[in-house]
Ligand binder design. Structure first.
Ligand code: FES
Ligand SMILES: [Fe+2]
Length: 276
């Protein structure tokens, strides 16, 4: 691998990971620069992150291991977009000086080939092999989690919600009787080009947008969305929303899309969603 600048001296390459990611190169670069998802999407491995500096060059942040809470380390990620490369360096902590070099290559409209090299401070062969195996298993998991996020984001970017200017009559979907609906709660429904979630907050039936306005993450089944909190938390970056009002409940100034109206038909006693 030709590097920019080259791999630091005194490091051994302990493993190489090569695989294809089923997402466009553009989504992969977006994910690489997105430090904020680490303790949410990769919560098994990262407990927290505090940014120090960021820009089109990459980012530097202080992060904490989930396996060893209270153990912080500084990570720096630098990109070289024209070369299709980036390097992640651990600047301090137990794995200080480790460098992880990644090359990206587009492999079609929805596929990106990745090659990841793991370079660690020179060790004996035996421990190098063990460290390499550890990195391979960790990075297979991290990339699989990222891939699922990127595939879902690509799908959400492609779907286009229907709104009133595009249709002459109200868009409507039947849901069944009140008790049938209550028995299914909470559940999601695809309707009018979007995913909506039905749930109960303080026994009141609520419909909310199930697509996060930050980066289109899924607001579908987070354990914090209980009757008590009335909030839903996005699993990708942890943004929180009030399910009844759709407004940010974490001080951010975002808002979920206006949901369809839930109406009860007097004659049949059944419920329907209607896009106003
Ligand atoms: S997509 Fe980022 S918080 Fe939801
Ligand atoms: Fe990631």
């Amino acid at each position: 691998m030709t590097s920019f600048p080259p791999v630091s001296p005194g490091l051994d390459r302990v493993a190489i990971l090569e695989r294809q990611i089923d997402a466009p190169l553009e989504r992969v670069w977006e994910n690489v620069l997105d430090w904020e998802h680490l303790p949410w999407l990769h919560r098994k491995d990262f407990a927290s992150i505090e940014p120090i500096e960021q820009g089109s060059w990459g980012w530097r942040a202080r992060t904490e291991s989930t396996a060893r809470r209270g153990q912080y380390f500084t990570v720096e990620l630098k990109v070289n977009r024209p070369a299709g490369q980036y390097v992640t360096r651990t600047l301090d902590g137990p794995s200080a000086r480790t460098e992880i070099w990644t090359s990206l290559r587009s492999n079609g409209p929805n596929a990106t080939s990745i090659r990841v090299e793991f370079w660690v401070p020179t060790t004996s062969d035996l421990s190098g092999e063990a460290i390499g195996k550890g990195y391979l298993s960790l990075y297979q998991r991290l990339w699989s989690e990222d891939e699922a996020m990127m595939i879902q984001r690509s799908q959400s970017l492609r779907s286009k919600p229907i709104n009133k200017v595009e249709t002459d009559s109200p868009v409507r979907i039947e849901l069944g009787t009140l008790s049938e609906v209550r028995d299914r709660l909470p559940f999601c429904i695809n309707f009018a080009g979007n995913t909506w979630r039905l749930c109960a907050v303080d026994d009141e039936l609520v419909v909310h947008d199930a697509v996060c306005p930050h980066a289109l993450g899924p607001l579908v089944d987070d354990p914090t969305d209980t009757d008590e909190t009335g909030q839903v938390e996005c699993p990708w970056h942890g943004f929180r929303f009030d399910m009844r009002t759709g407004r940010s409940s974490d001080g951010r100034r975002l808002r979920l899309r206006t949901p369809p109206r839930l109406i009860e038909q007097a004659d049949s006693g059944t419920l329907a969603l209607v896009m106003p």
